[in-house]
Design a protein. Structure first.
Length: 386
């Protein structure tokens, strides 16, 4: 049975760029947008056109440049925002307007000083107005994670009737548990009339470290779009990380879901975004961190040298990492030392290895990591006949 495709909506250039200190200039955004298109994302959220003239120009330039992906611009449920977004997107081959409003009681009361019925009215007005400019209109129910499901279903039903093609269910504050978020998506699937006319989308934030788990719970319950960013960057603790959700679907055939992402470009894209934003990738970051395929304990190294699959669930080449690395530390065993010594030119016999290993342990105790140059020094000190 062929797998169902989950649309990847990349918001690195919008939600991702909201990270303090990570502002990109137009040229940098264009380079990233071109790479995202090559990576195979289905939708690129290019910015929030009304927010500044610079953002407007960036969205407009990206709209002209991108060949395959849909290009999307964010708006509030405000007519002027929608007009400006439509203008910025007018050269896009596939334009999408992303409009919406807060739906939780907290947003309705504190942000809008309004009431539920008035919010539904504004949501419908915004979608209907956006439909005058583009066919593809995505609606976001901000703070859907904390919105009561029955009311959320009413909002969704009303905007689908007004022509929304995508329903974005953001866990804006990263509050939901995976079961709760999955149940929310299922509730909407089961209770919104004509739900088949729209795609349900997961937009999860990582305040409790659950963004990826929540997005996967969403697609397991019927959502068919995930909104995410490269390296999981985004407001506060960030958004769902693109590379994580893509590889989860790829590594778990039982989900019967896949994406159009060329995973071999993931590592390089992560590095590119990190450099351009000046935001380092934490070394232990899943999939793209420097240590994601590094093995340092003796037991693991021995296993990986015998067969990679003993401690690796992903072939590093599948995400564009050239090889798994065997890092030499005081916890490494003989197998790792022999492996690395061979790479730098020493084919050691068992007796030679025993001698060199003693010298290695002595050396490694005084260093965090033993690098290739150190191996030459260790072999020389061990005085073995070569
Ligand atoms: O997190 C959120 O709710 C958002 C919306 C504006 C889509 O980013
Ligand atoms: Zn967000």
């Amino acid at each position: 049975m062929s797998k169902e495709i989950v649309q990847i909506f990349d918001t690195t250039l919008r939600d991702g760029e909201q990270v303090p200190g990570c502002k990109l200039d137009r040229e940098q955004k264009l380079v990233i947008a071109e790479r995202l298109d090559e990576l195979g994302v289905n939708i690129i959220e290019a910015g929030f056109p009304i927010s500044s003239p610079g953002d407007f120009k960036s969205v407009e330039s990206i709209a002209k440049l991108v060949k395959n992906a849909t290009v999307c611009g964010l708006t509030r449920a405000v007519k002027k925002d929608i007009e400006v977004a439509a203008e910025a997107l007018k050269y896009a081959r596939k334009p999408r307007i992303h409009t919406g409003i807060g739906t939780s009681d907290s947003h309705i009361k504190h942000k809008f000083n309004s009431n539920r019925d008035a919010i539904i009215e504004r949501a419908v007005e915004a979608v209907s107005y956006a439909k005058k400019f583009v066919e593809d209109v995505e609606f976001y129910a901000e703070d859907a994670g904390r919105t009561d499901n029955e009311f959320l279903a009413r909002v969704c039903e009303a905007v689908v009737k007004a022509g929304a093609t995508v329903l974005n269910i953001p866990d804006t504050t990263g509050y939901c548990l995976p079961e709760e978020y999955g149940a929310k998506i299922k509730y909407l699937k089961d209770h919104v009339k004509h739900i088949d006319r729209a795609v349900l989308s997961c937009h999860c934030h990582n305040d409790l470290g659950l963004a990826t788990a929540n997005s996967i719970a969403g697609v397991m319950n019927g959502a068919r779009q995930i909104e995410c960013t490269i390296n999981g960057i985004g407001e506060r603790a960030g958004n769902t990380s693109l590379e994580e959700v893509v590889m989860i679907m790829r590594q778990h055939p039982s989900l019967n879901l896949d994406t159009t992402i060329n995973s071999r470009l993931l590592y390089d894209t992560s590095q590119m975004v990190s450099r351009k934003m000046g935001m380092v990738v934490q070394p232990n970051k899943a999939i793209v961190g420097a240590n994601a395929f590094a093995h340092s304990s003796g037991i693991h190294q021995d296993g990986v040298i015998k067969n990679r699959e003993t401690y690796e669930i992903i072939d590093p080449a599948d995400v564009g990492v050239t090889e798994s690395s065997i890092v030499l530390t005081a916890r490494s065993g003989r197998a790792a030392l022999a492996y690395r010594a061979k790479i730098v030119g020493y084919e050691l016999t068992k007796t030679q290895l025993d001698e060199v290993y003693q010298e290695f342990l002595y050396f490694a105790d005084s260093k965090k990591e033993v690098v290739d140059e150190d191996i030459h020094e260790i072999v020389a000190k061990s005085k073995i006949a070569l």
